[in-house]
Design a protein around this ligand. Structure first.
Ligand SMILES: [Zn+2]
Length: 128
C-alpha cells in the first residue's frame, strides 16, 4: 500500500517556497516537519499544535558533498540549514554551490522532469 503524504512545501503569492510546518501554542516554537507526536521542545500535542507555513530562509550550519546516491545526479551538496523560524532542515544546495558555515540560504523551486523540487541557493551566488 502506498503512503500518501501531504506536500512539505508550497509557494506564496510571489512564488517563494514556504515549508509546511507547525506552531506550538504551549511554548511558541515553530516546528518542521509536521508530525503528530508533540512539540519537540515542550511536549504539547493535539490542539496546541497548529499548521504554520515557515519561510524557507535560513543559515548554513554544516554541509557535505555527496558522491554516491541511487537517484539524484552526483556530485551534489547537502546542507543543514537553520531556518530563521528555528527548525533545522537538510536540503540539497543549488548545483555549483560553494557553501560556507554561517552563509545565508534561501529556498528555490526547481523544475525537475515535469515535477518540481525544493533546493536552497546561497546568498551572493547566482541561482541556477
Ligand atoms: Zn512547545
Amino acid at each position: 500500500m502506498e503512503t500518501v503524504r501531504p506536500p512539505l512545501w508550497i509557494t506564496d503569492e510571489a512564488g517563494a517556497p514556504l515549508l509546511r510546518g507547525m506552531h506550538c501554542s504551549g511554548c511558541g516554537a515553530d516546528l518542521f516537519p509536521p508530525q503528530e507526536y508533540g512539540c519537540i521542545r515542550c511536549g504539547a500535542y493535539g490542539d496546541r499544535l497548529r499548521e504554520r507555513d515557515l519561510p524557507a530562509v535560513g543559515t548554513v550550519l554544516s554541509f557535505a558533498e555527496v558522491h554516491v546516491h541511487q537517484s539524484h545526479p552526483v556530485p551534489f551538496t547537502l546542507a543543514e540549514i537553520e531556518l530563521d523560524a528555528g527548525p533545522i532542515v537538510r536540503a540539497a544546495l543549488a548545483p555549483g554551490s560553494r557553501p560556507r558555515i554561517g552563509q545565508r540560504a534561501r529556498g528555490l523551486i526547481v523544475a525537475d522532469e515535469g515535477d518540481a523540487r525544493l533546493e536552497f541557493a546561497l546568498a551572493g551566488e547566482a541561482q541556477s
